[in-house]
Design a protein around this ligand. Structure first.
Ligand SMILES: Cc1cc2nc3c(=O)[nH]c(=O)nc-3n(C[C@H](O)[C@H](O)[C@H](O)COP(=O)(O)OP(=O)(O)OC[C@H]3O[C@@H](n4cnc5c(N)ncnc54)[C@H](O)[C@@H]3O)c2cc1C
Length: 369
């Protein structure tokens, strides 16, 4: 309560004094911009995409060519070039080639993977190109984007089924693991459905329901469907009613015993973190009994891609044989994730981007040219 009051007080203080306060990711980027652009007067060029690298006769990276105001501009780099242009989540051709699906990314629509391609052309090895920071997302309504869901699919009185009306995974597991299960189940083509009962709707916070206009658009697009009975809901989503009813009946048995006999939902600390501690015996399981029932259309979404340039502990780009490409560094989603195919916990992308970005900068600072 005290912390909540402090936050509200600070927000109101900002409104009164005319300060534009920002939080979470925006605050991090703002602090970074202040340190670099304001305090040290480093030029920041927007809308200046990387085109190619400049190499010297020894194959060392000594600069870049970027496109600025329609013209190609060369920038020389005495100590090195850091590629930090994100992954390739918005490149549908690459997505089809490496992932087998076009993807439903929630990340930057400008991330087409060109920095990765440029590094590869210079001889850099790539890894994990077939993987991503997968997760379940509500399908995008016309003109909108997919809504990544984390806590919602973990709450009691809800389950997820595939297009046959069957559960296929522990709905509460980490988003990367759940994405892997979706890929194993049907190549990630879906559709999947998050099915909830009236208590879920009444009790739990749903990030995607905060904006009534978005909910209206999703209802109109058939992404959110409601029905008083599970049989009618099954028909509405194109699933055999008997199959959905059997899935729900079995799930309700698990909710009563507190043990998910098929997928172990609620067994791990991660699952329970996103559960409801007031629900017993398992904070992630609650039976679906009370209408109105709701079905949310779910697709295989992601927060970005995991594949990219292989780097060493100083963020230096490596060739297939492990040798270093002098002068070339990569960080963030342009580099192959240090976390491999796993999701160890929150911050698994931003933290390594910051750590290896810093280590690379220190390594560059040590270079004498
Ligand atoms: C909704 C959402 C929630 C998330 N939550 C978390 C979280 O809680 N914790 C966490 O650790 N991670 C989280 N992530 C993931 C995290 O935001 C990304 O993994 C991270 O931003 C990647 O950083 P990056 O610098 O590699 O790429 P980005 O942040 O995507 O930045 C890449 C930049 O490069 C630019 N660019 C692209 N191509 C070029 C080019 N050719 N030339 C020049 N510039 C180019 C892009 O325009 C972009 O500005 C979340 C992601 C999303 C979408």
């Amino acid at each position: 309560m005290v912390r909540g009051a402090q936050v509200v007080g600070r927000i109101l203080g900002g409104v009164v004094t005319g300060k534009r306060l920002v939080g979470i990711g925006t605050a991090w980027a703002t602090a970074f911009c202040k340190a670099v652009v304001v305090d040290r007067s480093v030029p920041l060029w927007l809308s200046s995409p990387l085109e190619s690298l400049v190499l010297d006769d020894d194959g060392r990276v000594v600069g870049v060519r970027v496109r600025r105001d329609g013209a190609e501009v060369r920038i020389d780099a005495r100590r090195g070039v850091m590629l930090a242009g994100g992954g390739f989540e918005a490149n549908t051709a690459w997505r089809k080639e490496y992932h087998g699906i076009e993807g439903a990314p929630s990340g930057n629509p400008g991330n087409l993977g060109h920095p990765i391609a440029v590094a590869q052309d210079t001889g850099a090895a790539l890894e994990l190109m077939d993987d991503a920071w997968w997760g379940a997302s509500l399908a995008a309504p016309p003109g909108g984007g997919p809504a990544f869901i984390v806590g919602e699919r973990s709450m009691p009185y809800s389950l997820m089924v595939d297009s046959r009306g069957k559960r296929f995974a522990n709905e509460s597991e980490s988003y990367v693991d759940l994405g892997h299960r979706m890929l194993e189940n049907d190549g990630g083509t879906g559709p999947y459905w998050l099915i909830t009962d009236a208590r879920f709707t009444r009790r739990y916070f749903r990030t995607f329901a905060m904006d009534p206009r978005a909910m209206k658009a999703m209802r109109a697009a058939g992404i959110v469907l409601e029905s008083r009975t599970l049989g009618d809901l099954a028909r509405a989503i194109g699933v055999e009613p008997a199959a959905l009813l059997e899935t729900v009946e079995r799930f309700n048995g698990y909710a009563r015993s507190g043990v998910d006999g098929e997928f172990g939902r609620g067994n791990s600390a991660y699952d329970r973190y996103y559960g409801d501690p007031t629900v017993h015996p398992n904070p992630n399981l609650g039976p679906l009994l009370k209408g109105t029932f709701t079905a949310y259309r779910v697709v295989l979404g992601d927060l970005g891609t995991k594949g990219g340039v292989v780097t060493d502990a100083d963020g230096r780009a490596l060739r297939e044989d492990g040798s270093v490409i002098e002068g070339l560094y990569a960080s963030g989603n342009t580099s192959a994730s240090v976390m491999g195919r796993t999701y160890p916990g929150p911050g698994s992308t931003i933290a390594p981007a910051a750590v290896f970005g810093l280590r690379a900068a220190r390594d560059m600072a040590r270079q004498v040219r």
